[in-house]
Write a protein that binds this ligand. Structure first.
Ligand SMILES: [Zn+2]
Ligand SMILES: [Zn+2]
Length: 63
């Protein structure tokens, strides 16, 4: 079983806006490509990496 696409991580502000017509170049401005851990904690993320399919880590073949 593969997880449905709807379970993707949320998009960054840039990639959210980039889905609008005429704003597609904003995908290149997205810097949110890594999970950012909360300092002085373990297992808690301050910010998840962007779930947009424009990032290579979201387009792995075979999954
Ligand atoms: Zn994007
Ligand atoms: Zn992004």
């Amino acid at each position: 079983m593969t997880a449905p696409a709807t379970e993707r991580a949320p998009l960054s502000a840039e990639c959210t806006l980039a889905r609008a017509p005429g704003y597609s170049e904003l995908h290149r401005d997205c810097r949110q490509t890594q999970d950012i851990p909360l300092p002085h904690s373990t297992g808690i993320l301050l910010q998840r990496r962007c779930g947009c399919s424009c990032h290579a880590y979201n387009t792995r073949p075979g999954t």
